[in-house]
Design a binder for this molecule. Structure first.
Ligand code: ADP
Ligand code: MG
Length: 330
């Protein structure tokens, strides 16, 4: 059986990315990194607990990818460039097969973004993964939730709703054989693509941003609250994938409702003045990302989410009770 230190060396040192700004990596009491002049460090932490964020028997490759992707998505939402990551891993036992899969997913994505693992902790207990990722953003240029202005366009990247449909499929224990469509949606649930590069390129054109982790309605609510504004959402403009439409047999209302509340999308929601429309369109086109304008920031202090997110389409949609994911809501 491997010791803790053998495991760390075999799985976390040998697979690692190497960056020149890491002065001291894994192996000492702390890591030491150099921060270039004129930059701030953006820092974010996310936990994935077995049974809450993924099924206990989920493919570890997917879990490793998703754990890092959700953190990178937070950095993207700040407009930061990812640099360093630490990993606190709690394992029921030193399961080498599981660790191999986890590292494949984790380091596969870390390499794509040139993020170096600089430390962490390994403990015994119920399976849980806590990742802290750090990145660099030019001083004062970080994209926050509190900058939205009346008249701003509201954007989302990619398609929304697929992650919820994917989760529905993977939780359906009656489904032994999955169609290609179902497999694709399930894949999208695990393999989001953090919009790190796009966010850095459009950062200067935006007033506010966040990533969609709890559902558009819930997350956009944070921008509204912190910016002291309201929003009008054009529900018909929500970007729905052909796959979602097919999965819900072209029931548009079902698709739109799913898109409004689907969590773990890791798409960006951002606001920007209308005069930047063309520039944003061009940059997203060049980077091969879809972006959609889904509404407009309007006046008024935020009171409650349901009153202020005005759904314009029709009365059926207004009757929806819309909540994003909240771990502690009954
Ligand atoms: P300490 O007792 O000082 O907390 P540890 O024995 O926990 O140190 O860890 C030894 C080294 O290995 C440290 O540099 C730590 O950051 C690193 N480390 C431990 N677990 C992990 C992990 N899961 N991923 C990356 N680095 C790790
Ligand atoms: Mg330790």
């Amino acid at each position: 059986m491997s010791s803790e230190f053998n495991l760390i060396d075999r799985f976390f040192v040998q697979n690692n990315v190497s960056r020149s700004d890491v002065d001291l990596g894994i192996g000492d009491d702390c890591a030491l990194v150099s921060v270039p002049e004129g930059y701030q460090v953006a820092i974010t932490t996310d936990t994935l607990a077995a049974g809450t964020h993924f099924l206990i028997d989920a493919d570890p490759v997917k879990v490793g990818y998703k754990a890092l992707a959700s953190n990178l998505s937070d950095l993207a939402a700040m407009g930061a460039k990812p640099t360093w990551v630490s990993l606190a891993l709690t394992l029921p036992k030193p399961d080498e097969k599981w660790l191999e899969g986890f590292c494949e997913g984790f380091f596969g994505l870390a390499k794509q973004h040139n993020v170096q693992l600089i430390g962490g902790d390994t403990t015994k207990g119920p399976l849980s993964i806590t990742i802290t990722v750090q990145g660099l953003v030019p001083t004062g240029e970080g994209l926050t939730r509190k900058g939205a202005k009346v008249g701003d366009d509201i954007y989302v990247t990619g398609f929304i709703g697929d992650s919820a449909a994917g989760l529905e499929i993977l939780l359906d224990t009656n489904k032994q054989i999955k169609t290609q469509l179902e497999q694709e949606l399930e894949h999208r649930h695990y393999y989001s693509n953090p919009k790190v590069q796009l966010a850095q390129k459009i950062r200067h054109l935006c007033h506010s941003a966040l990533d969609i982790s709890d559902g558009l309605i819930s997350d956009l609510g944070h921008i509204l609250k912190q910016s002291n504004v309201s929003a009008k959402i054009q529900v018909n403009a929500l970007p729905i994938s052909d796959e979602l439409l097919a999965f819900y047999s072209h029931d548009i209302d079902k698709c739109l409702k799913t898109a409004l509340v689907s969590g773990e999308e890791y798409e960006l929601c951002f606001t920007a003045p209308k005069e930047n429309r063309e520039a944003i369109k061009q940059i997203s086109f060049l980077l091969n990302h879809d972006v959609s304008i889904i509404g407009e920031i309007s006046e008024g202090p935020f009171t409650t989410l349901d009153n202020n997110v005005k759904l314009r389409k029709d009365s059926i949609l207004l009757d929806w009770v819309l909540y994003g994911y909240d771990h502690f809501r009954n």
